[in-house]
Write a protein that binds this ligand. Structure first.
Ligand SMILES: Nc1ncnc2c1ncn2[C@@H]1O[C@H](COP(=O)(O)OP(=O)(O)O)[C@@H](O)[C@H]1O
Ligand SMILES: N[C@@H](CCC(=O)OP(=O)(O)O)C(=O)O
Length: 385
């Protein structure tokens, strides 16, 4: 390994402070299972307390903190006599049911030492994909912050099924950061930064800054490290960083013991710089938080119009339709090869479209009435993928 992770890392301090970090007033911090558990899999009280102390200091500084914490499944293993993360969903859910209570109890006791109250927020995919639920989740989180409580978020593992699971809390943390309009997302893992390749290999080096996709070219982004504890590895963290930075939120990725230094703005870990152009909340939600209900296949002309010239999608450019959506649902717009190029809110039911395909809006209006002059997806309801 190039440089061992830890506060002693000589490359960590060079006297510069990351202003994007120190100026953030509302911060979402995500910690992975691997940073909260002992090698044998149980909750590591010392690590939980260390994180709590760091976050309590942040709160004492007047910053608002939302914690997204994994670890429910890992914390439930030992009490159930299990030695490793189970593969089947039912046992994972049982472990999460036992472990989530222990986890939140541990946090509540830890924050109480600092006279801080915690609020448990368990979210399902629907809570961040369905607009009505999304607003509910936002209201609750907002209210907890207004009341100076520390929201502690996890996926509601006990009720999530395989199909509707996030499965990894990195993406959940990025969506929560966007939901609460955080100014910073901190991803804490068992590795001190994003490295150019597997951190265990001598040729790998630490990446201090990711300014855009070009800085990720050639980087080998692998799966989870310590077997049986973490889930997504670096892939889900980089994906979460893309989501958050695309929403204008900078992201610091580092190891849990470096959390305090990272939050003080020291140049530890990897800083993913925020993109300057921030999409509207609605389009962000459309791109990242919706599940498409169908697919519209576009011909080359329609792809050029929608992607290249940012035009609305008209029936004339659609060659086929899949799915059972109704007007107002999110659908993916795919090119001739089936690759999604955009997502949008469709103005027709799936059953209406086959009779309209390939026909001009003028022709449709003359044959079927003025209501059929409308776009299939209006450009204001479209986001490129
Ligand atoms: N390019 C890379 N840079 C850093 N870590 C990497 C890279 N590729 C793969 N990894 C692995 O990803 C692991 C972190 O993911 P994971 O175990 O899922 O953490 P967590 O439980 O914190 O979510 C690291 O321990 C590391 O071995
Ligand atoms: N919701 C699950 C965690 C899933 C997850 O993302 O884990 P990790 O990769 O350790 O952040 C739990 O609490 O066990």
């Amino acid at each position: 390994m190039g440089t061992p992770p830890g506060p002693a890392d000589p490359t960590a301090q060079n006297g510069r402070v990351r202003l994007a970090v120190t100026s953030a007033r509302r911060v979402v911090v995500k910690i992975g299972s691997s940073s909260l558990t002992t090698a044998s899999g149980g909750l590591d009280d010392a690590r939980v307390d260390a994180l709590v102390d760091t976050l309590a200091r942040l709160a004492a500084d007047g910053r608002e903190v939302v914690l997204v914490s994994s670890g429910a499944i890992a914390a439930g293993l030992a009490p159930l006599g299990l030695s490793r993360r189970p593969r089947d969903l039912a046992t994972q859910q049982a472990a999460a049911s036992v472990g989530q209570g222990l986890l939140i109890g541990r946090y509540a006791a830890g924050f109480a030492r600092h006279r801080l109250t915690v609020g448990q927020v368990l979210l399902t995919v629907d809570d961040v994909t369905r607009r009505a639920h999304y607003r509910n989740a936002y209201r609750t989180l907002r209210k907890l912050l207004d009341l100076r409580a520390v929201p502690i978020v996890n996926e509601n593992d006990t009720v999530a099924t395989e199909e509707i699971r996030f499965g990894d809390n990195d993406r959940l943390a990025a969506l929560v950061a966007a939901l609460v309009h955080a100014e910073l997302l901190v991803l804490l893992s068992d590795v001190d930064a994003l490295w150019t390749g597997d951190p265990a290999r001598p040729e790998s080096t630490r990446i201090t800054d990711v300014r855009d996709e070009r800085d990720l070219a050639g980087v080998q982004i692998g799966g989870a490290g310590r077997a049986g504890v973490g889930t997504g590895g670096m892939v889900t963290k980089v994906e979460a960083a893309r989501i958050a930075t695309g929403f204008g939120i900078p992201v610091v990725l580092t190891a849990a013991p470096l959390a305090a230094a990272a939050l003080a703005g020291d140049e530890v870990g990897t800083l993913f710089h925020a993109e300057r152009r921030r999409p509207t909340a609605r389009l962000f939600w459309l791109a990242h938080a919706t599940t498409p209900r169908g697919r519209l296949h576009l011909d080359a002309g329609a792809v050029a119009a929608v992607v290249g010239r940012r035009k609305s999608l008209l029936p004339a450019g659609i060659t086929a339709v899949d799915g059972a959506f109704t007007a107002g649902d999110p659908v993916d717009l795919v090119d001739a090869g089936g690759a999604p190029v955009a997502r949008g809110l469709v103005n027709y039911d799936a059953v209406e479209l086959p009779g309209l395909l390939g026909r001009s809006t003028g022709e449709l209006a003359a044959a079927l009435g003025p209501a059929y002059e409308r776009e299939v997806v209006h450009r204001d309801d479209l986001v490129l993928l």
